[in-house]
Design a protein around this ligand. Structure first.
Ligand SMILES: O=C(O)c1cccc(C(=O)CC[C@H]2O[C@@H](n3cnc4c(=O)[nH]cnc43)[C@H](O)[C@@H]2O)c1
Length: 253
């Protein structure tokens, strides 16, 4: 089984690599450096593709195309990194357990939260305008296996192009996406590229900050990166267990 992990920045990629004995670097077309984790029972490669859904989609598509042309396609793509966690009760009409700083979230839905149009009646997603998609649903059994192994909560993770910085926007997103646990800026871009190549996708986020009014002093990036390393230590075992349960459709190698 070959797994591509896509992070936004090098610090996240390095946190993924820290789950392995060592990482070897190679180069993709376009100059993207790709790191191969060694010593893992599953072949995992990690790419820092840049911040935001467009950079994430471009990097992911480049890696998927290069692998396919080399005759060694990936079996799974994982969007991974730090993210903002919604506080419990962010939307009174849509109760959610929320995701505290330091916790791990595995997305059961990867949602483009701001892909659409403002209308007199509020935000309309592109799907209501008659085109595109705003949702990718990772395979449920894979989500369960990866979440169980890493102690993660499962729920929707929204992809935004603008980091939420107010209580009003937090409440709006939580009301529009019942049960939402986290927000980040790349998952939907990674998922679009994976879908275009017919490859399953997951999103794993470790929570560095609460979604809400901007408070940079409250960020806990170190703790979130450490949690990312811990989560990736459990990933190979979880994928092997999922493959076993699926009767070999996700082959560990
Ligand atoms: O300047 C700020 O107030 C601010 C607040 C939160 C995040 C940022 C970033 O520039 C981080 C972008 C980077 O990290 C992921 N991330 C982490 N927390 C969040 C969040 O609350 N909302 C959205 N993205 C977040 C994101 O995936 C990017 O890769 C700045």
């Amino acid at each position: 089984m070959r797994v591509l992990v896509v992070t936004a920045v090098a610090a996240e990629r390095d946190a993924v690599c820290a789950a392995a004995e060592s990482c070897e670097e190679s180069a993709l077309p376009g100059g993207y450096p790709l790191r191969r984790l060694s010593g893992a029972p599953v072949a995992i490669e990690a790419l820092a593709a840049g911040v935001g859904p467009a950079a994430a989609a471009a990097g992911t598509a480049t890696a998927l195309t290069a692998a396919a042309l080399a005759g060694a396609p990936y079996d799974l793509v994982v969007s991974a990194g730090i993210g903002g966690g919604f506080p419990p009760g962010a939307a009174p009409q849509a109760p959610s357990s929320g995701a505290p700083v330091g916790s791990v979230v595995v997305a059961d839905a990867i949602v483009a939260a701001d892909l659409g149009a403002e209308t007199p009646d509020g935000f309309a997603p592109v799907t209501e305008l008659g085109f595109g998609t705003v949702l990718h649903r990772p395979e449920a059994a894979l989500v369960r296996a990866v979440a169980a192994a890493s102690g993660a909560a499962t729920g929707p993770v929204v992809t935004v192009s603008t980091v939420t910085g107010s209580a009003a926007r937090t409440a709006e997103l939580a009301a529009r996406h019942p049960g939402v646990l986290a927000e980040a800026m790349e998952g939907f871009g990674v998922a679009e590229a994976a879908a275009a190549h017919g490859v399953p996708v997951l999103e794993i986020r470790t929570i560095s900050n609460a979604v809400g009014p901007r408070d940079r002093g409250a960020w806990r990036i170190g703790a979130a990166l450490a949690a990312l390393t811990d989560a990736f230590r459990t990933l190979p075992g979880a994928l092997a267990a999922a493959a076993e349960a699926a009767g070999g459709s996700h082959r560990p190698s």
